[in-house]
Design a protein around this ligand. Structure first.
Ligand SMILES: O=C[C@H](O)[C@H](O)COP(=O)(O)O
Ligand SMILES: C=C(OP(=O)(O)O)C(=O)O
Length: 449
């Protein structure tokens, strides 16, 4: 295939309806910004994307489990070493619990280094009778409720790229430079152990891992094998101008990759078969995901497979279901049954967050940990009944001690929400709640096997 025919396909989305795109005031400025983005170095490499595809192929075969998570909306102000380290630390602790307690290799994917754009239910937000454009993520406009801040500013796309680069650089350093060394299992927990039941439970697992490592060393194994971990970046492929500008033809394979992240997913609001987002994702070769909500029919799922992975490449396509705790046991089985019968290799991942959001009397958007756990339990039950593989979880969490979701081993109640409600969009699990979830998933996984 010639390069021009490949890049032609990459622009076919422009002729189709693209939902959730910001209205920019000045198209010339957008063109200048995207030209500048197109000249920037890639954030990830095609070879890394292929490596992840291989890992996700293992998930489709039931040999590995995905742990994907991070902020609902990353912010420019949050691209700091401390914030990134805290998120990674939580992800590593969850992964350790899952790997050790469920004895399964864990594919670690951050909702990190690019999750700067949000689809919204309403285009505007009203406070005290004042109506302004909704916040659409730091890549588009500002969180502050002022006219100036809520103006869509194309220069923010450049800042999103640079903050992604900073964050990914930190992630690469933390995961390869010694911080993620398995011999640090206790160190990750030091600030947490006394504070929460989850921290104390984790400490027991860390002690067992320590002993296992000492034993292996005594047997002659090389502990340096555990020096680093594989980590991948991901975000929702929402802003098509941004994603297109960061799409490059790989010099080795001649194929197009969106080099803004290893893994890109389409949201529930932008997965229309005849829409611009599906069309764009069809042409890039990264591993990709699609969120599926409770109204998805089995035929919708098959049609998405036909559009996005017609060749049945293992690891290419992940379905991230987000049904809601009350619906998953009815809505998921028909999808899995029909897709499984078709023989398509799919990694099935459960997002137990987005179907379980509600507004507390205080006006805070929140989620109950119990509902999150119940959706995950439903996901495992359905897979167990059908004999298919529960391939992973996709969650919104932070490494900080926020009070955004209710429940947990050290419970947060609705009246506590105001204390540390810091999310820029949806409520995230804090570190203790994330570890509670990891322990439960490990148990469910063990029972399912
Ligand atoms: O994260 C997902 C969506 O962007 C978010 O749930 C939309 O929230 P809204 O309903 O407040 O717009
Ligand atoms: C918008 C999101 O989810 P969904 O598309 O499932 O609503 C998200 O994961 O940020």
């Amino acid at each position: 295939m010639s390069t021009s025919s490949v890049t032609g396909d990459l622009d076919a989305w422009r002729a189709l309806p693209a939902l959730q795109q910001p209205d920019w005031d000045d198209p010339a400025e957008v063109r200048a910004v995207t030209a500048e983005l197109a000249a920037q170095p890639p954030l990830v490499f095609a070879g890394e994307c292929e490596l992840l595809k291989g890992r996700l192929a293992e998930v489709t075969r039931g040999e590995a489990f995905v742990l994907q998570g991070g902020d609902c909306a990353e912010t420019f102000a949050g691209s700091t070493a401390d914030a990134v380290r805290n998120k990674l630390k939580t992800l590593l602790q969850m992964a350790v619990v899952l790997t050790y307690a469920a004895s399964v290799p864990v594919v670690k994917i951050g909702r990190m280094a690019g999750q700067f754009a949000k689809p919204r239910s309403k285009p505007v937000e009203t406070r005290g009778g004042v109506e302004l454009p909704a916040y659409r993520g730091d890549a588009v406009n500002g969180f502050d409720f002022t006219e100036e801040s809520r103006r869509n500013d194309p220069q923010r796309l450049l800042k999103a790229y640079h903050c992604s680069a900073v964050t990914l650089n930190l992630c690469r350093a933390f995961t390869k430079g010694g911080y993620a060394d398995l011999r640090q299992v206790h160190a990750w927990n030091q600030d947490f152990v006394a504070q929460s039941p989850a921290g104390r439970r984790y400490e027991q697992v860390a002690g067992e891992i320590d002993r296992a490592l000492t034993f292996m060393k005594a047997c002659g194994a090389n502990p340096d094998e555990f020096h680093g971990v594989e980590f991948y970046s991901s975000h929702e492929a929402l802003l098509l101008e941004y994603e297109r500008a960061l799409t490059r033809i790989d010099s080795l394979s001649g194929r197009p990759y969106d080099v803004s992240a290893h893994f890109l997913w389409l949201g529930e609001r932008t997965r229309q078969l005849d829409g611009a987002h599906v069309e764009f994702l069809r042409h890039i070769r990264n591993p990709i995901g699609v969120k599926l909500g409770p109204t998805t029919s089995a035929d919708d799922a098959l049609a998405l497979i036909e559009r996005l992975n017609p060749e049945g490449e293992p690891g290419r396509l992940t379905f991230i279901t987000r049904m809601g705790a009350g619906k998953i046991r009815d809505a998921l089985p028909p999808l899995i049954e029909k897709v499984h019968r078709s023989g398509a290799p799919i990694a099935w991942v459960c997002d137990p967050m987005h179907g379980n959001t509600f507004e507390a009397p205080s006006g805070h958007k929140t989620r109950r940990l119990d509902a999150v756990l119940d959706e995950v339990a439903g996901f495992f039950e359905v897979h167990r009944a059908l004999g298919t593989h529960p391939g992973g979880i996709h969650i919104e969490f932070t490494g900080d001690d926020v009070t955004e979701c209710v429940g947990g081993g050290r419970p947060i109640v609705e009246d506590d929400l105001h204390q540390r409600y810091e999310t820029a969009c949806d409520p995230r699990l804090n570190r203790g709640q994330s570890l509670d979830l990891a322990f439960m998933v490990a148990e469910l996984y063990r029972e399912t096997r």
